[in-house]
Design a protein. Structure first.
Lengths: 478, 337
């Protein structure tokens, strides 16, 4: 239970100075009455807080050269506190000369995951559009629903509400793929896997809509608190290598579509105060949290509860986690983690999540190989020919397939992995560690969107082509 | 209807936490030992003739480690020479009882035992230290001193490597803790199965991928003799938060433990991040990332009656140490007995 060095703990627990009430304190910038205490001696008045949040937003626009973009930028909107604040910051930026005025809001209805009826979904969508109209009347609102990820070619946008429109026509086509989506979710074993699958499909839908509309950038409302929880959640799910993409200012795994997090350094405390100062009380204080934040028995919800309670005793927890995330990188251009963590597989990106591959060398002593060994031995156990201990050792060392064939002969013949492998459709070598687990939780991979699996097949073909010409390639990045 | 062992179809008496397989105890022992053997082989930990000290506290992890190492050494002919190495921190009601367990292990496993004590090495027992500083930051002193005590004991017994009983849960907990504290330097090292910079004694963790629950099961069904009480000074440690969280995670998704270790093994640190280089202490010569190691700094603080100085900002502690060094011409004295 002991630890070597508790110096950091003293810093984490540094008092937030709230011994003095805010009534006695003034803003460090302008000397006006303080309304919020952020950290240490940093207290701000309402005006300076609003300016600070807007400034952080505009700094990200400048960082990614989006401030004067002629392209329309999509803004993901869920109706939650952070989304409302983001949309308000977007609106504020458009009033400033030299900043872009071209935005569209994108809302993805996910009521199907929570078992909502069509009427309830439609009511929710009208509510969301109403909020957008209140915050930023001039922005067009695009609406789709999560089950549209099953669409083969183009993603039908359920509705497009033009700028300044008060149209509330009923939505159509919401349930076309609803039954398939419900079946997919029902076949997924654990709440954690369902949540991860939902998140991946949502991001996939964002990218497809972006490509279809010819747009290159999407803003999402991820704030510091949410990213701190995401860091621990991703670590717990084996996505350590993906952290820079999941937590950074930009997710660049798709070279043609970038997901940007303008509120990465803004805490929820600042967001709540910003909303209460800038938006109507009904929007700011009662904004509905997105359905994924509702309590589920999942790793994310456990982690959220843990971080929130730790933050109360150790007020620097969230900021420390965000700073730690900033120090990590995805590639070995930084200090390599260990010599065995090499991208050995023929593709460099996971064909499901498009994150960097994190496969270990076959004989390396790693957690991945350790759990693979345990599962291999577990699968070998009912084999009636495996009696003596020496047989188990053979299974441990000669890399038998799950069905018992030696040296992966079954996989070579089958071309797609062991004949008993649940991952029959998508070879393991094309999936990262975490996606392999997630897809094993999906009862039948045939239930996944065909378009997604087609992309997998394309990846397999390209990977095979690459393997055959590997020795003649001069540049590893082509 | 009784559960049957998945392997031999005899009556199963346990469900394996790692895989959920129902097993009889003999098949469980075999699988547990085989997986540790595979870890040792993959990591190429040993070569014949190596002298290896097993850090033995009398607790379940080190007792299981000592037992399994003896079994595997004989079964797979590693050709290594095993000894037990124990540290007496001087905690009444805790360490003195667990040392009795280690002494029994010495008889039971027929392995030579060496005990080193804080009192002999530093002139201070943990009881003395807690009397001086109270219950805050006592873990800092104990951990720092123990690390060096193991090295010193290993040097006295002329071994080539130290084995510790850190298990998968410990490693996962450490990864979480280093994330929460933003300790990038430790984050980059804490998942390595062998640690120890050039010139210092390597330490290995053969139980790195063994779940704590399985270690308890192994010890329980093998009827191994171990001591299982929490350290009396530990209740307020920060690690407790990470531990509780890990236990909660394990209850909904047991695989999280291995997945956290996998994440830890795949973290890449940006090259722009400054990392402390590991060198040697200018006073005692043991491993240190600063000019003077933390053990010397802490000891200096205790001896001068300023222990709190050394558990705060290190720059201040180093400055104070340097000043004191100049004044006393580099001599660090132990308190009178």
């Amino acid at each position: 239970m002991c630890q070597v060095d508790e110096d950091g703990v003293d810093l984490l627990a540094a008092g937030d100075g709230s011994e003095k009430s805010l009534a006695d304190r003034v803003c460090v910038k302008c000397g006006e009455q303080a309304v919020i205490h952020l950290r240490d001696e940093d207290v701000k008045c309402g005006k300076c807080l609003v300016a600070s949040v807007n400034q952080k937003f505009r700094a990200v626009l400048t960082k990614f050269q989006l401030s004067r973009s002629k392209q329309t930028i999509l803004v993901a909107f869920s109706g939650g506190q952070v989304s409302c604040a983001l949309l308000e910051a977007v609106r504020e930026a458009t009033t400033i000369p030299n900043f872009s005025r071209l935005y569209s809001v994108l809302y993805i209805e996910e009521g199907i995951c929570d078992g909502l009826t069509e009427e309830a979904c439609q009511k929710k969508i009208r509510n969301i559009v109403g909020k957008c109209r209140y915050i930023f009347p001039e922005v067009p609102v695009l609406v789709s629903s999560l089950e549209m990820v099953f669409a083969e070619d183009s993603i039908p946008l359920s509705y497009i509400f033009p700028a300044n429109s008060t149209d509330t026509a009923p939505l159509t086509g919401l349930t076309e793929f609803g039954a398939r989506f419900k079946k997919l979710l029902a076949s997924t074993k654990s709440p954690t896997a369902r949540e991860e699958l939902r998140k991946l499909l949502r991001n996939n839908l964002f990218r497809r809509i972006g490509h279809q509309q010819g747009l290159k950038t999407l803003f999402v409302g991820d704030c510091a608190d949410r990213l701190a929880v995401q860091l621990i959640t991703d670590t717990a799910l084996g996505r350590g290598k993906h952290l820079p993409l999941e937590l950074g200012y930009a997710d660049t795994r798709d070279p043609d579509f970038t997901i940007v997090r303008p509120f990465k350094d803004v805490t929820m405390k600042e967001i709540l105060m910003y909303n209460s100062l800038r938006l109507n009380e009904n929007i700011g204080s009662h904004a509905e949290e997105p359905s994924s934040a509702k309590k589920m028995n999942s790793v994310y919800s456990f982690t959220e509860t843990f971080i929130n309670s730790l933050q109360k005793d150790f007020t620097q927890t969230v900021t420390t986690l965000c700073r730690t995330g900033d120090k990590l990188c995805a590639t070995s251009t930084g200090q390599p983690p260990a010599k065995h963590s090499i991208e050995k597989s023929s593709g460099k990106l996971c064909s499901f999540c498009c994150g960097p591959m994190d496969t270990s060398e076959e004989d390396a002593c790693t957690a991945e190989n350790s759990i693979a060994l345990s599962l291999r031995l577990s699968a070998a156990l009912p084999n009636k020919t495996v009696k003596a201990s020496v047989d188990l050792e053979d299974f441990a060392s000669s890399k038998h397939s799950e069905c018992g064939s030696a040296n992966g002969d079954c996989a070579k013949a089958n071309g797609e992995g062991c004949c008993t492998s649940k991952e029959r459709k998508t070879p393991e070598k094309l999936l990262c560690y975490s996606c392999r687990w997630m897809l094993s939780e999906v009862g039948d991979q045939g239930l996944l969107p065909e378009r997604l699996m087609q992309v997998n097949s394309q990846q397999v073909r390209r990977a095979e082509m690459r393997t055959s010409i590997q020795n003649f390639l001069l540049d590893d990045d082509v | 209807m009784p559960f049957l062992c998945k392997r031999c179809s005899r009556k199963a008496i346990l469900k394996r936490p790692k895989t959920g397989d129902t097993l009889c105890k003999e098949c469980f022992f075999e699988l547990f030992e085989l997986e540790i053997h595979e870890t040792i082989i993959c990591a190429k930990l040993f070569k014949p003739g190596l002298k290896v000290a097993v850090g033995a506290s009398g607790g379940k992890d080190s007792t299981v480690l000592a037992h399994v190492m003896k079994v595997l050494n004989e079964k797979y002919h590693y050709g290594i020479h095993l000894t037990l190495l124990s540290v007496d921190e001087g905690i009444t009601g805790y360490r003195d009882d667990s040392l009795e367990t280690v002494k029994r292990n010495e008889q039971q496993y027929e392995l030579p035992l060496k005990i080193v004590s804080y009192k002999d090495l530093y002139g201070w027992s943990m009881d003395d230290i807690v009397k001086q500083i109270g219950l805050k930051n006592n873990c800092t002193f104990c951990g720092v001193f123990r690390r060096q005590a193991l090295d010193r004991g290993a040097t006295m017994t002329a071994v080539d490597m130290i084995l510790t009983g850190h298990n998968a849960d410990d490693i996962a907990e450490t990864v979480l803790m280093n994330l929460l504290r933003g300790d990038i330097a430790r984050l980059s090292r804490c998942t390595a199965i062998i640690t120890g910079a050039e010139g210092s004694l390597p330490r290995a963790k053969p139980l790195k991928y063994a779940y704590e629950k399985e270690i308890v099961m192994y010890a329980y069904f093998k009827k191994l003799d171990y001591f299982s009480t929490e350290c009396v000074y530990s209740p307020n440690a920060y690690r407790g938060y990470a531990r509780t969280f890990l236990k909660d995670l394990e209850s909904i998704r047991p695989r999280c433990i291995i997945d956290i270790i996998h994440s830890g093994e795949n973290f890449a640190i940006k090259s722009s991040v400054k990392m402390a280089a590991q060198g040697s202490c200018s006073r005692c010569g043991f491993i240190s990332s600063q000019e003077v190691c933390k053990a010397c700094i802490l000891l200096d603080g205790l001896n001068r009656g300023l222990p709190r100085l050394t558990t705060g900002k290190m720059k201040k502690a180093h400055r104070s140490f340097a000043q004191n060094n100049k004044q006393e011409n580099g001599e660090v004295t132990s308190p009178a007995d």
